[in-house]
Design a protein around this ligand. Structure first.
Ligand SMILES: Cc1cc2nc3c(=O)[nH]c(=O)nc-3n(C[C@H](O)[C@H](O)[C@H](O)COP(=O)(O)OP(=O)(O)OC[C@H]3O[C@@H](n4cnc5c(N)ncnc54)[C@H](O)[C@@H]3O)c2cc1C
Length: 260
């Protein structure tokens, strides 16, 4: 049995197709429009937002005499007025590894604007168990021993079942799958596993806000604190309105533009 820390990997993000964007800008009559967006995601949000009012330059829409110049002020205004739908265009792709099934079960409650691919414990057989030890367990030595002993016993249970059912000698994959699926029923929900999670920026902001709050569970607070650390510098104009307060040694990521 091994102790592990949850890990966050940002593995993908939305990309602008320059030729396509240029062709659209030409079509709408502002071929030379450009922006100082620090990322393609922020570029795309600004462009989709400006499309709504044709506010690429003054007079393109005769009703629009003044425009907000620059990506930062433009997106700050979007957050101020709560036009969050513009933030649904770009998507981020994360992998969360060494996270428990406690964490993944909470994560998948967030349905809107998200996609998930979860490690299958029907197919992936448990042998060595690993787990995150929560801080409230760690602070008591006796409690920590009980935690470790239980995990080790449950790891042995997996080995015993594998032996009793001779799964290593089994040739039929279908039976192996059924046995693997049956064995997982006596595994702890604290075991470390992995989940791929994609989301748009509107959903990302909502989940960071909800899941770093002190009332949320420790592990999900830890993971979304790490998520915030990755995205705050990479997408400053979409994520720059947050402030962080540390509560119980974990970040509480707060904003006055909640749930845009
Ligand atoms: C501290 C904490 C404790 C929790 N405890 C429990 C618990 O004890 N038991 C439990 O079951 N869950 C619990 N949850 C989960 C919680 O109830 C939500 O299911 C979860 O946080 C998903 O958030 P969401 O509802 O905002 O959905 P998301 O999928 O993140 O949706 C985002 C937003 O879209 C809108 N939306 C989504 N779906 C619909 C819909 N069908 N119809 C209309 N509007 C929609 C809502 O405005 C929603 O807030 C807890 C969550 C937290 C943060």
């Amino acid at each position: 049995m091994e102790y592990v820390e949850p890990k966050v990997f940002l593995v993908g993000e939305t990309r602008i197709i320059e030729d396509g964007l240029k062709a659209y800008l030409k079509h709408v009559g502002v071929e030379d429009w450009s922006t100082d967006a620090p990322s393609d995601s922020e570029h795309l949000c600004e462009m989709m937002g400006r499309l709504c009012y044709r506010s690429f330059e003054p007079g393109l829409n005769p009703n629009v005499k003044r425009i907000r110049e620059g990506n930062a002020p433009y997106l700050a205004h979007i957050l101020d007025v709560g036009h969050g739908s513009v933030l649904e265009h770009p998507v981020l792709n994360f992998v969360f590894a060494d996270v428990s099934r406690v964490f993944t079960h909470e994560l998948v409650r967030h349905r809107v604007g998200t996609a998930m691919s979860q490690e299958s414990l029907r197919f992936v057989r448990l042998d060595k168990l690993s787990a995150y030890a929560p801080m409230h367990i760690k602070e008591n030595e006796e409690g920590m021993e009980i935690f470790a002993e239980t995990m080790e016993q449950l790891e042995q249970v997996q080995a015993k079942l594998a032996k009793v059912y001779q799964i290593d000698d089994e040739k039929k994959f279908d039976r192996k799958k059924k046995l693997t699926s049956a064995f997982r029923r006596v595994a702890p929900i604290g075991l470390a596993t992995a989940i791929g999670w994609s989301c748009n920026f509107r959903s990302l902001r909502h989940v960071i806000e909800m899941r770093t709050e002190p009332s949320a569970e420790e592990e999900i607070r830890l993971v979304f604190g790490k998520v915030y650390d990755i995205v705050k510098d990479r997408y400053p104009n979409l994520m720059g309105d947050y402030e962080v307060e540390t509560v119980d040694d974990l970040p509480w990521v707060k904003t006055s533009h909640r749930k845009v």
